[in-house]
Design a protein around this ligand. Structure first.
Ligand SMILES: [Zn+2]
Length: 257
């Protein structure tokens, strides 16, 4: 984990107070809390998933959060994207969300990027992170995030939600990757957008909470329960399944490593 020189390593009295309910936990201690403080996390997409994931990580005490999203807030976002209110319509999602996180927790650093994550900035944005959390709304970005995380050995927790369904999994180290699970030729031209398929207000927030929870387990305790496992959550039956998936021997991303 990297540590900016001008940031205090140890938790202040105020931070100890702020995070006291976590530090009290059996199985979570000051050391775990300090690991959160030192962590650099990139959140890709500030929509229904990114809003909630970012807020939970900010409250929990993740020290450096970078947000990227090129979109501005629209009326139809307010139904599920919990960081935004009507007067934010027309403003950049990443900027409004960053401001909110900073209001919630002034002890962390938040950076916002109001551009699309693409070939030109992926390496600079991803290579120095301790963890990337993907909650974007299209396959092109998902494949690029996966590829760049694999290339620079940055762990990735990917969450998605559409309609009543959600998915979550982790790519870490030598594990199988997103492209092993969803070969590109099957999805490259599809768009996974709530604008086309609809989404219940709660679905992305359920998946975001699970994504943020997994992120805390990983950053604080080094746990990887969903590494190479796909969690499927069905919002109608409220059943959840865990499917183990294997490395695809033909996966171009894993072969390139
Ligand atoms: Zn792969």
């Amino acid at each position: 984990m990297t540590n900016p020189l001008d940031m205090d390593l140890e938790l202040s009295d105020e931070e100890m107070h702020l995070y006291s309910r976590q530090i009290l936990l059996d199985g979570w201690d000051i050391e775990a809390q300090e690991k959160l403080k030192l962590a650099n996390v990139l959140i890709v997409g500030c929509g229904g998933i990114g809003c909630t994931t970012a807020e939970l990580l900010a409250r929990a005490g993740v020290g450096q959060i970078t947000l990227i999203d090129a979109d501005t807030i629209e009326m139809s976002n307010l139904q599920r994207q919990i960081a935004y209110v009507e007067e934010n319509i027309g403003f950049y999602k990443a900027e409004i969300l960053a401001k909110r996180l900073q209001q919630i927790n002034p002890h962390i650093r938040v950076e916002s990027q109001t551009v699309k994550l693409d070939e030109s900035n992926a390496e600079a944005l991803i290579s120095a992170q301790d963890l990337v959390l993907d909650g974007c709304d299209n396959f092109t970005t998902r494949y690029l995030v996966n590829q760049t995380c694999k290339q620079f050995n940055v762990p990735l927790i990917s969450a998605s939600a559409i309609g009543f369904q959600g998915q979550l999994f982790m790519v870490e180290g030598e594990s199988a990757c997103y492209e092993c699970l969803f070969p590109k030729e099957q999805h490259a031209n599809e768009n996974l957008r709530c604008a086309d398929s609809g989404v219940l207000a709660t679905t992305p927030n359920v998946m975001a909470s699970l994504q943020a929870h997994h992120a805390l387990l990983y950053l604080g305790l080094g746990k990887t329960p969903l590494k190479q496992k796909l969690m499927l959550w069905d919002g109608l039956s409220m059943k959840q399944r865990l499917l183990a998936f294997e490395k695809d021997t033909d996966c171009p991303i894993c072969q390139a490593r």
